[in-house]
Design a protein around this ligand. Sequence first.
Ligand code: GLU
Length: 279
Amino acid sequence: MVATLGLTACGSDDDGDSAAPQPAVSFAPGTTMSRLQDAGKITVGTKFDQNLFGLKNLSGKPEGFDVEIAEIITDALGIPRDKVNFVETVSANREPFIQQGRVDMVVATYTINDKRKKVVDFAGPYYVAGQSIMVAKNNTDITGKDSLAGKKVCSVSGSTPAENIRKVAPAAQLVLFDGYSKCADALKNGQVDAVTTDNVILLGLIDKDPDAFKVVGGTFTKEPYGIGIKKGDTAFRTFINNTLEAAYSDGRWEKAFSSTVGKVEPNTPTPPAVDRYTP
Ligand code: GLU
């Protein structure tokens, strides 16, 4: 797909910010890859309030598995780490941000599904999570999705767990915010009885506040995380999929996982096969 120029790719350093990876390839003119490489910068949408995936640190940079995955891709584009502009995308604005060109890609615990594929495309998946339930540590009456009738359950607008919980627990009272950290606050102060979203997002909330919360009932959906890009940009999607596969085989994916989600999930899973679907 791309011509190799025979230059040596310089590895980026591990802590990252000063790394200026040298592109090993030149991209076909007119592609998103060549546009981004020429611009020497990129805008990436991610979460800013999700421990383990995308959480803004004190210096203002987000950290986590999604950020690591994004940087594996931006390195492959030859974009220096300090020219990667992370902007916050919440669950509900991911599709519009991609459609409007406000971001070049979204890496944000973003489930691939057919409804979203009508308006954006996805590379990946690079991880598969599953929806679960979190309650206060001392709660005894909620044991999973089947004991939510009449309970106030918090989730996030525009997310798949919010949509799905209406189906699996129709008698629950859904309370929606724009981020899961707000749900955790609401659970802590007794405003809601439970929080529902992907298991690993819940584990990130528990990691921050281990005495307050617990997960109950296991997982009841599959949430394959993809990288959202403009619909129809097949060359960019193929490039990202190729980059993910390279990171699967040379250990960079594993390192990204173990240094982030691995804090709460000591068993590193086998990365999922990328889905080279035909739109
Ligand atoms: N993976 C789910 C989704 O994309 C939940 C996590 C989130 O809201 O970011 O909707």
